[in-house]
Design a protein. Structure first.
Length: 113
């Protein structure tokens, strides 16, 4: 599966962005989806992850970010509201189907103060 991430950009603090991760084929059988963030000089960290059983958010984004999916559009989303400068980084989508693990190429989000 090829994943195309998009939706990043430059936004002022307090603004919103919606990231999209579109797959090259059906994601109906995807049993795990996640968005990860990598700030400059930092390790990649999970921001929002979801399975059929549970959804988890990093403490720093709870109440501001929402992960969702649209199987018909083969797309996973990350809605980001009330953005803060510390949300700046490259965001990667990650989908898993059984033992198969797929990563998108990353999309840059820059939040100015």
């Amino acid at each position: 599966v090829q994943l195309q991430a998009s939706g990043g950009g430059l936004v002022q603090a307090g603004g919103s962005l919606r990231l999209s991760c579109t797959a090259s084929r059906s994601i109906v059988n995807i049993d795990y989806m996640g968005w990860y963030r990598q700030g400059r000089g930092k390790e990649r960290e999970p921001v929002a992850t979801a399975t059929v059983l549970a959804t988890h958010y990093a403490d720093s984004v709870k109440g501001r970010f929402t992960i969702s999916r649209d199987n018909a559009k083969k797309t996973v989303y990350l809605q980001m509201n009330s953005l803060k400068p510390e949300d700046t980084g490259v965001y990667f989508c990650n989908l898993r189907e059984g033992r198969r693990n797929y990563w998108g190429q990353g999309t840059l989000v820059t939040v100015s103060s």
